[in-house]
Design a protein around this ligand. Structure first.
Ligand code: ATP
Ligand code: MG
Ligand code: MG
Ligand code: MG
Length: 563
């Protein structure tokens, strides 16, 4: 590429509303331009990096056996009503009507559409396992879009969905994706950590987030330096439903369960085997919030729902999904538990315990870390105030804390969507069974911002080679004046281009200072500067973006020296 034929648009200053370094640098380097809050144009320079990220993701998904397709950005409300998410998703889901007054959504994710595909196409165990993925535009009407492409409203996600015969096979699909994600983030050249994550409405322990380590990250991670233990600390906001987020220092106790009296009962349950499929639901009753604990025993093939506050006879359901469907399908109606209520939160038991029990030590506390807690009197819990140095649950060392940016998420879904949408296959015994599912997301556009948070200096971006918009820039000084400069630059350019190296020749005729400042801001990893004075001594200059100074290379055979 010749710079004169490309589009380069750098800014001396970032717009005043840019908050963090990656956002400022992406704007200054001409990677993105803002169109509306959380909505950006990817300019030609930025698009080159975005495409490289996509290519790595695609190659590793293909290598892992996933199959690419593309689902529509615009999806009919009907599918979202089948799973209950039309009602449950709240304002983050962007909805609109077409000219016939029919309801649609813009996909924030695509479980509904892919499950619809699966129920029509994957009808026999012989068709399994399958893993479908897309790299597609998503829209989430985020309450607070910020940090440029890191928390956009429109963004690109790679989303994959696996379908299996049973839990064991689904576990293998999960592990396979986990390994693919490690390869992806290794190839991207990022420093990251895979951490145990919230399993939210699903329950179980199979959910990991891939977190790029950076001080500006919105997530906090506890980890043990002596082992591979790592977990996401869910901040207080993350636990509270939209609109009920506690003010800093407020307690989950006050927000969620003001009149739950039987914490001892809850803790009794918590001491049971939490590896069972367990979930808890807060149901807002007529008079007071009521806690429900839903517990599945896979061996007995039985699921029970018990009211924690004032325990009544347990109810038995066929599957966890049946309970979810029963609650989820009819929020606000008379539920199967026999009282009027509205589901106001829906969390795993670990989370529930945290919400009810509060702090287990003086004014600090983590979630997803330790389930057995003392529980006498609920205390004020500031979930954002975790203390370093506490013993790790792995027993091997003391906990440390880092901040991270969630760039990927792998999640075992079980039969939540397949049961709700009646997506069954015929198993070897001739019986219909619900498909076992997993979902796997990667924030493709967010990765670009996260990479910059990790790789920059005062002069600009420092791209990992794998995702730099250009790998090498040739900066001729006096390209239009000096025959020798021009000939050396052109020869080098052609040689690199022929070898498939992404090279750009800066033939814009800028002064050397301005030219260098641009390429340091843009962050191209390798720069070759060719000037008349150097050529007289048979030299050109080479500088790696991370180096403080340039080194001399022989002008003769410079191509070989650069390669
Ligand atoms: P977050 O906790 O940051 O809101 P999420 O848990 O809601 O993310 P997922 O539903 O797990 O996101 O989606 C998969 C991936 O999509 C995330 O790991 C993240 O990298 C990316 N992503 C999610 N929301 C956004 C956003 N608003 N802008 C850019 N990328 C996003
Ligand atoms: Mg989110
Ligand atoms: Mg998240
Ligand atoms: Mg997530």
């Amino acid at each position: 590429m010749r710079a004169s034929q490309f589009f380069i648009s750098t800014l001396k200053e970032a717009p005043a509303d840019a908050e963090i370094v990656s956002q400022k640098l992406m704007l200054r380097a001409g990677f993105i331009r803002k169109v509306a809050a959380g909505v950006y144009t990817w300019m030609p320079m930025g698009l080159r990096t975005l495409r490289k990220v996509e290519t790595i993701v695609r190659e590793e998904m293909d290598r892992a056996g996933a199959i690419e397709l593309t689902m529509p950005v615009v999806q009919p409300a009907g599918l979202w009503q089948e799973t209950g998410r039309w009602d449950k998703m709240g304002e983050e889901l962007l909805r609109f009507k077409d000219r016939h007054e029919r309801d649609f959504v813009i996909q924030p994710t695509s479980e509904e559409v892919i499950t619809d595909i699966a129920r029509n196409e994957l009808k026999s165990y012989r068709a399994l396992p399958k893993n479908f993925y897309q790299i597609q535009t998503k829209f989430r009407d985020e309450r607070r879009p910020r940090f440029g492409v890191m928390r956009g409203r429109e963004f690109v996600m790679k989303d994959a969905y696996s379908f299996d015969r049973d839990m064991e096979a689904a576990g293998k699909s999960y592990d396979n994706m986990y390994r693919a994600y490690c390869r992806i983030f290794d190839r991207l050249g990022l420093t990251y950590r895979a951490v145990a994550a919230d399993t939210g409405a699903i329950g179980g322990d199979r959910s990991h987030e891939f977190q790029v380590i950076a001080d500006t990250g919105e997530d906090a991670i506890v980890y043990c330096p002596q082992s591979d233990y790592a977990a996401n600390i869910e901040l207080a906001e993350a636990l509270a439903p939209e609109g009920e987020r506690p003010a800093p220092g407020a307690t989950m106790q006050k927000v969620h369960t003001p009149r739950v009296k039987t914490i001892a009962d809850l803790v009794g349950f918590l001491k049971m085997d939490i590896r069972q499929t367990v979930k808890a639901v807060v149901v807002e009753g007529d008079e007071a919030p009521v806690l429900m604990l839903v517990r599945g025993d896979h061996e007995l093939n039985e699921v029970k729902a018990e009211k924690i506050a004032g325990i009544k006879k347990p109810l038995t359901f066929a599957s966890p999904a049946a309970i979810l469907a029963a609650f989820g399908a009819n929020p606000g109606s008379l539920g199967p538990v026999g009282f009027k209520g509205r589901i106001i939160a829906d969390r795993t038991v670990a989370k529930m315990a945290d919400m009810v029990v509060g702090a287990n030590e003086d004014d600090h506390h983590y979630t997803g870390v330790n389930f057995g807690r003392d529980c006498a009197e609920p205390e004020v819990a500031d979930l954002r105030n975790v203390v370093e140095g506490d013993p790790s649950p792995c027993g091997k060392g003391a906990l440390a804390i880092q901040r991270g940016i969630e760039v990927g998420h792998v999640f075992y879904l079980g039969t939540k969507y397949s049961v709700a949408m009646n997506a069954t296959f015929l198993d070897e015994d001739g019986k219909p069974k619900p498909l076992e599912m997993g979902c796997y997301g990667i924030g493709v556009t967010r990765i670009v911002g996260a990479a910059i948070e990790q790789n920059h200096d005062t002069r600009g971006i420092i791209w990992p080679d794998a995702i730099a918009p250009f790998g090498v820039v040739i900066c001729p000084v006096g390209y239009d004046r000096s025959e020798a400069v021009r000939a050396t630059a052109d020869t080098l350019y052609q040689g690199l281009a022929e070898r498939g190296i992404d090279v750009i020749l800066d033939d814009r005729g800028e002064r050397p200072g301005a030219m260098f400042a641009d390429w340091e801001l843009i962050g191209v990893p390798h720069r070759v500067t060719i000037g008349e004075r150097g050529l007289k001594e048979g030299k050109v200059e080479y500088q790696y973006r991370r180096d403080a100074e340039a080194t001399d290379l022989p002008a003769e055979g410079v191509l070989a020296a650069v390669l």
